[in-house]
Design a protein around this ligand. Structure first.
Ligand code: BTN
Length: 246
């Protein structure tokens, strides 16, 4: 992984914008125009925040960390998703250090408290570059009506007051360390993985897989024991934690 050496975190310039449609969209355009690896873009508010699977990402203005990072990875294309999983882990660690809120991970990289989403990550390719966009709900005084059942924020979980800038700073340092030791991060990742041992449904383009999550392989794929006792490794898909009756 090549990152600028001048910055203590390993990341480079941080551009902080008051409003933008989407920090991922902005950074993809910058990447295509030749922006360097390590460029970071943050916004106080997004008017068209992008989520995974074509969804939108909604966050009240000024209350979240909305950040995108530009990486020009040197790892093999089939290991790039490890960079994204490492971002989820580093963000969970940063949030815990700054607020005391302990977030778990839903494979591959959602941050959850209980079953409520605290943060999400959308990685998008732009040629040989990778844009990793992260939204973290920090200080929400109102929860948008459509999110009351599914989202949470650090303050709503009793976290110590903090700011998006503080969480960003903590995250950049941790993410740099994780990127420098991708393979060594697997145990820490698994230790935070709420998906482990859970019955899950994996929604993929070709259909739905159901089974119990039993681990993560060295390439970051989710190991699943399906109902016919076959073991499969899932590389992509939208995982749903299935509620089981006690
Ligand atoms: C998800 O659906 O879980 C991923 C959400 C990713 C949201 C972040 S906010 C900053 C960056 N810019 C975007 O438009 N999306 C990502």
């Amino acid at each position: 992984m090549t990152l600028p050496e001048a910055s203590p975190s390993g990341f480079g310039e941080v551009r902080w914008l008051s409003e933008i449609d989407s920090t991922n969209r902005y950074l993809i355009d910058e990447a295509r125009a030749g922006a360097p690896t390590g460029l970071v873009v943050v916004a106080d508010h997004q008017t068209s925040g992008r989520g995974r699977l074509g969804r939108t990402w909604v966050a009240p203005p000024g209350a979240s960390l909305l950040v995108s990072l530009l990486l020009r990875p040197t790892v093999a294309p089939d290991r790039r998703h490890l960079l994204v999983m490492a971002a989820g882990l580093a963000m969970a660690e940063a949030v815990e250090a700054e607020t005391g809120v302990v977030a778990g991970l839903k494979w591959p990289n959602d941050l959850l408290v209980g079953e409520h989403k605290l943060a999400g990550i959308l990685a998008e390719a732009a040629g040989d570059a990778l844009v990793v966009g992260i939204g973290v709900n920090i200080e929400w005084h109102e929860v948008p009506a459509e999110l009351t059942e599914i989202a949470t924020a650090c303050n709503l979980e009793g976290g110590r007051p903090t700011t998006p800038a503080t969480v960003l700073h903590a995250f950049l340092g941790r993410y740099t360390e994780r990127l420098e030791n991708l393979d060594g991060s697997r145990a820490a990742y698994e230790a935070r993985l709420l998906t482990l041992g859970r019955r899950v449904r994996v929604e993929q383009a070709g259909g739905v897989l159901a089974g119990v999550a039993i681990g993560v392989d060295p390439d970051g794929r989710l190991r699943l024991r399906t109902d016919d006792e076959t073991e499969v490794a899932v590389a992509v898909g939208d995982v749903v934690h299935v509620r089981t009756e006690a």
